[in-house]
Design a protein around this ligand. Structure first.
Ligand code: DGL
Length: 220
């Protein structure tokens, strides 16, 4: 049987934990990871810049003959996923902030979304809020330097604590990790938040969608 090939993209280290999760779930697949550290962070770039940076990367995945592509970057997915899907012949699956699950999970009617400025400004993010968060309050703390700090392993605990303190003082009970870089501090967030605040991120849901897409494709 032909070895399945999956292309994974993120601007930087956020994609690495996604790659590890995919390898665990799909050990028979070859995973090709590409980052774009020279243009990182994507969070302060325009959709046009992101598309320009990513076009050669999408081309290189095509040259590799991948069967599917995972955009393990919320900033890219919320800004240019449609265009990326358009330029690809294989399924493209993206990470976006889990507004929908958070809106059904919250009992207090308040959630916190941690994401890059580019994600928070995007049209797709506005649509997600419009569709699923009309009846709840969404708090968006400033995490604009988190991706770069995590990239260089310099994010200090106080910054993370501030977000959990905000959630606690505002009675928010779900914290959405809307940037794959933040997955690296999931355990710290989870530990600080305690049992009353859930911290969620979509890797499992994205892998489930990836498997669904690949199976559908193999049947065709
Ligand atoms: N890891 C990315 C995300 O999910 C991008 C971080 C950045 O480059 O700003 O948004």
């Amino acid at each position: 049987m032909k070895l399945m090939k999956i292309g994974v993209f993120d601007s930087g280290v956020g994609g690495e934990n996604v790659v590890a999760a995919i390898k665990k779930e799909l050990p028979q697949a070859e995973v090709i990871f590409r980052d774009d550290r020279k243009n990182l962070p994507y969070g302060d770039k325009t959709p046009e810049q992101i598309l320009e940076f990513m076009t050669p990367i999408m081309d290189s995945f095509e040259e590799d003959g991948v069967d599917a592509i995972v955009i393990a970057c919320n900033t890219a997915s919320t800004n240019v996923l449609k265009q990326l899907k358009h330029m690809s012949d294989v399924p493209v699956v993206g990470f976006v902030p889990m507004i929908k699950p958070a809106s059904t999970m919250t009992k207090t009617g308040k959630i916190v979304v941690c994401a890059t400025p580019g994600t928070l400004k995007s049209k797709r993010y506005a649509e997600l809020k419009e569709e699923y968060a009309q009846d709840i309050e969404v708090l968006e703390p400033d995490c604009s330097d988190w991706a770069s700090l995590i990239e260089s392993n310099n994010l200090n605990k106080d910054k993370v604590d501030d977000v959990i303190e905000l959630a606690r003082s505002e009675y928010a009970d779900v914290v959405v990790l809307g940037c794959t870089h933040y997955h690296w501090i999931y355990e710290l967030l989870d530990e600080l938040s305690g049992p009353d605040i859930a911290v969620i991120q979509p890797t499992n849901a994205v892998i489930a969608e990836l498997k669904r897409q690949l199976r559908v494709d193999l049947q065709l």
